[in-house]
Design a protein around this ligand. Structure first.
Ligand code: ATP
Ligand code: MG
Length: 633
């Protein structure tokens, strides 16, 4: 098939296009209207249709392939591997649904899930979907304050959690944080259900806390039929990563999401029933929702849930999983691949990776060096895909399942079917031409699968996302981009990561990309720092591959000169950072996103802000050190 025609059809006749796609899933009752866009920007897909995510992910597959693997939970933290067939998964989900019902949870109630990457977390998500409860998974690494604000926003009837997560062999107590968060919150849940992994002590609150194992034992023979939901009933709330400020509670529907996932599994991820999918993300993020739990199962694939680091027990762990479970499609993030690139390549060459067809990367810009390296190592196509928590599935990518269009280095690809992607000039609001930089926006209606609203706050949905440009209602991604003459987009960073040097507006991402092309640069962050003369100047923080070359002042000065030379050459002197500092690591969120705002704050002597999502607080001190070393001179 020709992708251009496929795309055109999705844009010109969306109702016919998505009606056809709706046949990829099971409906209890078909819809009466494919699209209701009578109240823009609120789009309703498959109005009147009745379906269920859990039915499509689990029950639907039990008849034809009930004995096949559905969920494989691997933990290198506790050295366990648990595999559940579709039949076994249904049994566990029914038990969990019965457990939740016995705790008073019903249709429309919120269930907050604060759990590590264990099978019970997936059971709980699917059980909520089964009975029409609305789950809200909060990333297990978040501290009490962030958790409390999400509890207050979602007002859950039940919180499901565990004694602890584990990282690098160390237990990370969850229960203690959860108790603290509940104390801080005003919307206290009536019940808390706890999986005890025997990793950390737990204090039980009588009357509130329930034990998973005991409740499960009391519900071994439970049968809980699927509750058929209207397509536009909410399925879940998921808060955005919070890279740019207060997280937004993204609310998603049932039918549109199921159809969008089924389509993307077919056209983007090319997954076939019976094969194995491996997404290395976490259930706390959108990738975990769409491509660890729901997407692969809706496509009848086995899905792998992995708890552990990519380099423990050694850097071969993921590839050993690919070999053992004959993974055909793998999904990860550039940050994880950069971690692997620092390891000796023998680890990935040890395993038989012949089952693997493609590696999908998303979440942050994919630099050319990383992309080329992993593509050569694996010998499979690397498929970048650009999207957001808000959209639930890729906005830009290459839909290899439609047409084998070539990928282009540095570009996530072209607009995906259903998305009317445009670039608008920031000041005039006019559409950009080829190779002209603008804000990436999407014309309404957003396709199926995208957010319905901000949970409990329709006005915030309109104000936040649809009000960037005067006089036109378009969805703003808050990312910069350019499109080449062939329709390939390049993402140039977030609109609030732009710096202004002596009147020139520069994307920090462009400077980072340029610095990355220096052979000794492993990772880089560029931020704009206040400057009396120029307004702002760019400052770069670099992790080098070969640290012996930056071991002393002379070495650092030489490397800095070389790096600045690269920027001068590629972007011009206007983009040249005022300084390049060498650091052992960069502050990132646990989902691998650079905390540029915090780095910038430190450079300007301000408070680095909310750091609950930070991976390693020591990284901020290292930035301080780098700056202070300079001040001493
Ligand atoms: P918040 O909106 O709360 O600040 P966030 O934007 O970090 O949080 P996510 O929805 O997880 O939360 O991230 C989406 C963003 O990640 C995109 O808007 C974009 O900036 C970036 N991104 C995702 N995938 C890619 C990609 N393939 N290439 C470039 N950037 C990407
Ligand atoms: Mg965002």
């Amino acid at each position: 098939m020709n992708y251009a025609d496929f795309y055109r059809r999705s844009i010109d006749t969306p109702e016919q296009f998505w009606q056809d796609e709706a046949a990829l899933i099971d409906w209890n009752v078909p819809c009466t209207k494919v699209l209701d866009y009578s109240h823009p920007p609120f789009a309703k897909w498959f109005v009147g249709g009745q379906t269920n995510l859990c039915h499509n992910a689990v029950d639907r597959w039990c008849a034809a392939q009930g004995e096949r693997a559905a969920l494989i939970a691997i933990s290198t933290e506790t050295n366990t591997e648990r595999s559940y067939s579709f039949n076994e998964l249904r049994t566990e989900v029914e038990r969990c649904a019965a457990m939740m019902q016995s705790l008073g949870v019903g249709r429309g109630d919120r269930v907050l899930i604060y759990m590590p990457m264990i099978a019970e977390a997936a059971f709980t998500m699917l059980a909520c979907a089964r009975i029409g409860a609305i789950h809200s998974v909060v990333f297990g690494g978040f501290a009490a304050n962030s958790l409390a604000s999400r509890i207050d926003d979602a007002k859950p009837a039940l919180i499901v959690s565990a004694d602890a997560g584990s990282r690098n062999g160390k237990a990370i107590p969850y229960k203690y944080l959860l108790d603290e968060a509940i104390t801080l919150s005003t919307a206290k849940p009536a019940k808390v259900l706890l999986v005890n992994r025997n990793l950390a002590p737990m204090e039980v609150v009588a009357g509130r806390d329930e034990d998973w194992a005991s409740l499960r034992a009391a519900n071994m023979d439970a049968h809980v039929p699927v509750t058929w939901l209207e397509s536009n009933d909410p399925s879940y709330i998921l808060y955005t990563s919070g890279t740019t400020g207060k997280p937004k509670g993204v609310q998603r529907d049932v039918g549109g999401y199921a159809v969008a996932l089924a389509s993307s599994m077919k056209y983007n991820f090319c997954g076939n029933a019976g094969e194995t999918f491996f997404a290395t993300s976490d259930i706390g993020w959108v990738v975990g929702h769409s491509y660890i739990v729901y997407g692969p199962l809706i496509a009848g694939m086995a899905t792998i849930m992995y708890e552990g680091l990519p380099i423990c027990p050694d850097a071969g762990i993921w590839w050993s999983i690919v070999e053992k479970y004959k993974v055909t499609r793998m999904f990860s993030a550039p940050t994880a691949i950069r971690v692997l690139r620092k390891q000796p390549p023998e680890f990935m060459r040890k395993y038989d990776l012949s089952s693997l067809r493609a590696l999908y990367l998303a979440g942050e810009p994919l630099d050319e060096t990383t992309s080329k390296w992993i593509s050569e190592e694996l010998g499979v196509p690397i498929i970048d895909n650009y999207w957001q928590t808000e959209t639930g599935w890729p906005i830009l990518s290459i839909a290899k399942g439609v047409e084998d269009l070539p990928t282009r280095l540095g570009s996530p690809g072209v607009a995906m079917y259903g998305y009317k992607v445009k670039l608008l000039n920031e000041s005039t609001g006019e559409e950009c031409g080829a190779n002209e930089k603008g804000v990436v926006v999407i014309d309404g209606p957003l396709p199926p699968g995208c957010m319905q609203t901000v949970y409990g706050d329709d006005q915030r949905f309109v104000d936040t996302y649809w009000s960037t440009f005067d006089g036109q209602q378009v969805y703003s991604t808050f990312d910069w981009g350019v499109r080449d003459a062939d329709g390939y987009y390049f993402i140039l960073g977030r609109t609030d990561d732009v710096i202004n040097v002596a009147g020139h507006r520069l994307g920090t991402r462009e400077i980072e990309e340029s610095i990355s092309s220096h052979a000794n640069v492993s990772e880089v962050a560029v931020v704009g720092v206040e400057d009396k003369l120029k307004g702002q100047v760019a400052v770069a923080f670099v992790i080098v591959k070969d640290a012996t070359r930056t071991a002393d002042d002379a070495g650092r000065a030489a490397q800095e000169r070389e790096i600045l030379g690269v920027v001068d050459h590629q972007l011009g002197a206007v983009a040249r950072p005022s300084r390049v500092y060498f650091v052992p690591q960069l502050p990132k969120t646990r989902s691998g996103k650079l905390l540029r705002r915090s780095i910038q704050a430190i450079c300007e002597g301000r408070n680095p802000g909310d750091l609950t999502a930070i991976e390693d607080p020591a990284s901020l001190q290292q930035i301080q050190h780098a700056l202070h070393g300079d001040a001493k001179k």
